[in-house]
Design a protein around this ligand. Sequence first.
Ligand code: NAI
Ligand code: MG
Length: 370
Amino acid sequence: MTYRIAVLPGDGVGKEVIEAAMIVLNEIALDAEYLYGDIGWEFWRREGNPLPDRTVELLKQTDCALFGAITSKPKDEAQKELAPELQGKGLEYYSPIVKLRQMFDLYANVRPAKAYPGNPLNYKDNINITVFRENTEGLYSGVEYYPVPDEIEEVLKNHPRYKKFVGMDKAISLRIISRKGAERIIRAAFEFARENNLKNVTVAEKPNVLRETSGLFVKVAREIHKEYPEIEMWETNIDAQAMWLVKNPEKYDVIVTSNLFGDVLSDLASQLVGGLGFAAAGNIGDNYAVFEPVHGSAPKYAGQYKVNPIATIRAVRMMLDYLGEKKKAARLERAIEMVVAEGKVRTYDMGGNASTLDMAREIAKKYAEA
Ligand code: NAI
Ligand code: MG
């Protein structure tokens, strides 16, 4: 069966790293049809919608998507840049990637942080951590108030710890952890550990303070762990975990956590192994998935073919795994390893002067040999 893969280059260097990824995908010769879709700032300006309906329709007809990067700007600037004929129509900018996560219920944000030996940017050479961040709820549920409506104030005013806030000028964001939400991300983390013969899964939360939300998350983890007796489960506090990631990152195989904590921890982990030039993410749900580099459109470098495409090529590797193309995925991983270990072709962030496409061509060449 021919795969149908949506390709969403987006803005700035997003276009360049996707061009690089396609060089590699061509070498891999996956039996796939690539369908290009419009997304990003350009479409906000011209059409008042950064994720046009035709793109959503296209995605619905594909197995998964490969996404580059987009530009987004604060509210006021977004309004100013809108085409004159679209001004004053009440159009509001929103993040298309956040919208995609919600629309397709892409609850698992999977962020590998693996050190490729020979990368001069590595903090240590033996790091290989995969962070599973819950992607749809927690502190990013989007249930926020400012000002706080009277009916909410009415309900909360009798809470002993809320009393001091009554009548104050204040904002509230709700941290919502559902049992279903916790279950599916924790299960995804354990399944990944089992599939890859990994030894440990760490649940990094803060149940001593966030007794109810983190408490539920950890409780669910203990229940699910019973189904995976061959895997060790460690419980840590999120703050201490940040410290340990700097102290002994090589100890951790898989870390699973809620939305905000995972956002922070995965950025920390990726900086240990080369930063934005290397950091890839999968946004994975039960029926669809979007793979992307973690970085944005890097306007400073747009049009220069300077940035490192390895992050996006790693996203391709994750996509191959998702599609069940395990052999091709492993072969691509070896090709990246070879190029980094050899150290002949390096982009600026690695201290070299190879272009985005030079790096992609070198990885494609090594794929042919691997
Ligand atoms: P950015 O990630 O675009 O770039 C920040 C800096 O990181 C760059 O100037 C560059 O020094 C380095 N960098 C980024 N990608 C790299 C790569 N592949 N290789 C080597 N170095 C790399 O973040 P910034 O500048 O904060 O945001 C620029 C735009 O991107 C904004 O409009 C922002 O909203 C958007 N953005 C979009 C994201 C997405 O599409 N998922 C994620 C983050 C930001
Ligand atoms: Mg982040």
